[in-house]
Design a protein around this ligand. Structure first.
Ligand code: C2E
Ligand code: MG
Ligand code: MG
Length: 653
């Protein structure tokens, strides 16, 4: 019998020491992980801190696991309260791991600081109750056949551990399911894997109490979490080692959540930058610059896009002090020969609080870049409240446009055009309006620019054209003597290759006679746009549509443009007409323009005619068409039909 007991205890000791070896492997794994983790550059995100907390409890779990094996092995030599304390502390760390997983998930679920705190305090309270239960309730040990060797522990305290840990896990999984829209899918997957390994190991241990594997499984879970989600490498740009765009988004989001301000300096590289870098035969300039930026104290350096680096400073004074050093350095050359000069554009936002959140902050930076004609000689723009409110205004307009198109709040108004020869209205210009949510009419001046900038003008232009086609067809407006309707085209539409095809399709859909449509174009800046425009015009003219040149006589009009463009009508802008009446010299300009246009056998529409006197002068000058408030302001569809029907009747009598 004695021999038998000795063998059994030897087996236990053997098993125990093997178990310790396994746990030590777990610790070694964790230490390696920690070294990797701490050595990499991190931005100190909230999730990173949650990860570190989970890491610490996992480490504590393994350490207490080992300690409990040791104290149990030396149970007889140690005070029983110490053995119990250590064994129970191990159980508490298990609860800690479950709590770690839950608070890790909460980081994504509860976005505001208050909500996060409120929720986590609630969960922490239940974890504390669990801890007390573990310490208060009794624990029993299962002895080996010798009646002395402890095989494993059980009893109410162990049961309490399982119950509370399970409850926290249920909450974790419930949150992951209920709030899945808020949690980054990678995090969901990583937590599921981490907890899956942990639960699997716990279940094995629950049913086979002699297999003490939970601690080790915890360390494997941590590795999974690290590899899937918390590897700081994922926040770095591979090429430069600077923090990447993803890190920028996460980090700045946290700043706004915490309501902490920061200062931001954007360095924007021109296209020539990449060319200059290629000229750097030794290839050292770029890395020298990266190294310089990385060494700036108190700055977090992000590569936002291929040609933009952002420096974030937590303090405005530091930002301004460092900024002058950075400017100075950029005045010098880079590379082995110091002959690579880089002249970037700079955007400086001293106070991040001019916008409300990280998305708006990034949007504002993009917005300013898109309008970079504002960059003055020193290539520096100060991003302040004024810029932010401009950006918000534009954002609001874009939203208004989007809503209007979605809810069919786009309307077309018509302004009649009078023929001086026929002494009646022969056409009208279609002018877009949108209604806001209060039903107020918004004029195009408030949204055309924005629509052109964000590309929405293509859709808007089509909507307007479709409405015009439907209107002329449904109301058979030719019955009132109308010969054609003028419809504005934006430069963006003119440079759109599908324009002719789309417009022909719309006319065919409504069965509109192409003779009835005249498209107004304006001068476009770029040559490539001009080429596409000419191509579109050629196709549309072949189909039967005619064209006008709008805005003639405004700042950019170029006489050559009339020569190049196959238009039938030239529209003299209101500015030119006004100048004619106000300025003696402007008379000569208009006379010359008129002769030239008439000489080319084109018709003229005078816009912005407001008074009888102006009208008579234009008529005497031999201008064929008159448009302006003198006859009528732009009218809604119904008003226009009434107007045109009444004047048709009057002319007939
Ligand atoms: P535009 O094509 O030169 O249109 C003439 C503008 O002058 C219209 O302004 C019209 O209401 C205004 N107007 C006409 N007669 C008078 C007058 O006697 N006195 C004064 N003070 N103004 C007069 P609106 O409707 O606000 O349109 C402004 C501009 O928005 C248009 O200038 C055109 O460039 C653009 N736009 C309007 N509708 C569209 C559209 O459907 N598509 C595109 N791409 N642009 C449009
Ligand atoms: Mg026009
Ligand atoms: Mg015009």
């Amino acid at each position: 019998m004695e021999v038998y007991i000795k063998i059994l205890s030897a087996i236990y000791m053997e098993r125990g020491s093997m178990h310790i070896q396994v746990q030590c492997c777990g610790i070694a794994l964790m230490v390696v992980l920690l070294i990797f983790y701490l050595r990499q550059r991190r931005v100190s995100l909230k999730t990173e801190r949650a990860f570190l907390r989970a890491f610490c409890v996992t480490m504590a779990c393994i350490v207490f696991d080992i300690l409990s094996i040791i104290v149990i092995a030396h149970k007889d030599e140690l005070p029983s309260f110490l053995v119990e304390l250590i064994c129970k502390s191990y159980l508490v760390t298990l609860l800690g791991v479950a709590m770690g997983a839950l608070s890790y998930v909460c980081v994504d679920v509860y976005v505001t600081k208050e909500r996060y705190k409120k929720a986590v305090v609630k969960y922490e309270f239940s974890a504390i109750v669990g801890t007390l239960a573990i310490y208060i309730l009794p624990i029993h040990y299962q002895f080996g056949e010798d009646g002395q060797t402890v095989l494993y522990s059980y009893g109410p305290s162990v049961l309490a551990t399982y119950v509370f840990a399970l409850a926290l896990l249920v909450v974790t999984f419930y949150l992951m399911w209920k709030e899945k829209g808020k949690i980054n899918p990678r995090r969901r997957e990583a937590v599921r894997l981490w907890m899956g390994i942990w639960i699997g190991a716990s279940l094995i241990q629950f049913f086979n109490n002699e297999l003490l594997i939970v601690g080790y499984a915890c360390s494997i879970g941590m590795v999974v979490l690290y590899l899937k989600l918390e590897n700081p490498e994922m926040n770095l740009d591979r090429q430069t080692g600077l923090f990447n765009h993803g890190a920028l988004v996460q980090y700045t989001k946290e700043f706004y959540k915490k309501e902490e301000g920061f200062s931001l300096l954007a360095i924007i590289f021109e296209r020539s930058f990449h060319k200059n870098m290629r000229a750097d035969t030794k290839g050292t300039a770029k890395m020298e610059m990266v190294e310089f930026l990385l060494k700036i104290p108190d700055a977090f350096v992000f590569k936002n896009t291929e040609d933009e680096v952002l420096l974030l400073f937590k303090n405005q004074d530091t930002a301004e002090e460092k900024m002058s050093q950075i400017f100075k350095r950029f005045e010098e050359g880079w590379g082995a020969e110091h002959d690579i000069y880089v002249r970037p554009y700079w955007l400086y936002m001293p106070d991040s609080k001019v916008v409300d959140n990280a998305e708006d902050m990034l949007y504002l930076m993009r917005y300013i870049r898109q309008n970079n004609n504002e960059f003055s000689e020193n290539r520096f723009i100060y991003v302040d409240e004024k810029k932010a409110s401009e950006m918000y205004q534009e954002k609001q307009t874009a939203q208004l446009l989007l809503d209007a198109m979605e809810k069919d709040w786009v309307e077309v108004y018509y302004q009649p055009i009078y023929s001086t020869k026929e002494q009646r209205f022969v056409s009208a210009e279609a002018l877009v309006r949108i209604k806001d949510e209060n039903g107020k009419i918004v004029p195009p001046g408030a949204f055309i620019d924005v629509a052109e900038k964000n590309g929405m003008i293509l859709r808007l232009g089509e909507v307007v054209f479709e409405k015009v086609c439907r209107f002329v067809k449904e109301n058979a407006v030719e019955q009132y003597g109308l010969q054609y309707i003028e419809v504005n085209l934006s430069v963006v539409q003119c440079a759109y290759e599908q324009l002719a095809e789309d417009y022909i399709r719309i006319m065919e859909k409504y069965g509109v006679d192409p003779d009835f449509i005249n498209l107004e174009i304006t001068e476009s800046a770029s040559m490539s746009a001009k080429k596409t425009l000419l191509n579109n015009m050629k196709n549309l003219i072949k189909y039967g549509i005619s064209f006008s040149l709008d805005d003639f006589g405004t700042g950019q009009s170029n006489l050559n443009y009339i020569v190049d463009m196959p238009v039938d009508i030239v529209k003299f802008d209101r500015d030119m007409i006004n100048a004619y009446f106000e300025n003696g010299k402007a008379k000569y300009v208009m006379d010359a323009a008129m002769h030239m246009v008439h000489g080319m056998d084109l018709e003229i529409v005078s816009e912005g005619i407001e008074t009888k006197e102006q009208y008579q002068t234009m008529e005497e000058l031999g201008i064929s068409y008159i448009q302006g408030y003198y006859f009528s302001k732009p009218l809604s569809e119904r008003q226009f039909l009434e107007f045109i029907a009444a004047s048709y009747k009057e002319a007939a009598n």
